[in-house]
Ligand binder design. Sequence first.
Ligand SMILES: [Zn+2]
Length: 295
Amino acid sequence: MHPPSQAIGIDIGGTNVRAACVNASGQILDYVTERTCREAPALVARLVAMVRQLDRPGISTVGIGVPGRVDARCGLVLSGGYVDLSAISLADVIGRETGKRVFIDNDCNMALTAEVAIGAARGCRHVAMLTIGTGIGGALMLEGTVLRGRRSAGQLGHVTVEARGLACKCGRRGCVETVSSGTALGRHIAEAGLPTDVTADGLLALARSGDSRAIGVVQAWAGPLRAAVDSIVAAVDPELFLLGGGLGQAACAALEWAPAVSPWYQCPVKPATLGDDAGVIGAGLAGAQRDMLTS
Ligand SMILES: [Zn+2]
């Protein structure tokens, strides 16, 4: 059987669901997006409708990137944050409704798959990634393979950076997500008395101009991020560390105010390059790869 050249990729974000027909080179051939339903049954219905809308002859596989802990081998969502699909056998339900083979994985694993295939980590075999948006997602690729551990390795947004820090939705305290996410940046800005509509780029420009409040906010945001990056680098020794998501580029720039000081834990940190499309491209590529393995 010839390997399929196209698959449908879906990326479930906290704000938008993106779906695309993606070819084996990672090119987007067709694309739809809509606001994310926060209610699980309604969201599942929309996912089925998006697959039907993008379906074309030759497509047999759908890859879906899901925020939260995912057991990719079993096709189960273990827990979710902004959209909780853990009560649904997501891969089975979508497969039954559409007649496709469905592969689900954590959304950051999907984004990392795309960045390694055609983005900032092209050609790399050992890569760590954080996606910085509403929360912080994480993924690890070692020896060219996404690290899964027992079920859901790579939950790097929950690396502890402050033992007595803020409560996190995971049940612990001081996870890097609580202080270095986009949500946390908004809180730091408000607490410093800066205009709450200032953008990350605007904040960085203020900091570069010497504004002490802006510098304080950038350090409060980037300092814990540096601690998390250093801890992850110490644990897995990647050749490249990517920061993606809506704030990946800004977070890379903010790390200028929190440089790596230990010669032991140095690793290049770069922004991801596929932007908001990384997840949907990676989901399509992962689906196509899965199809080639099983067909
Ligand atoms: Zn946590």
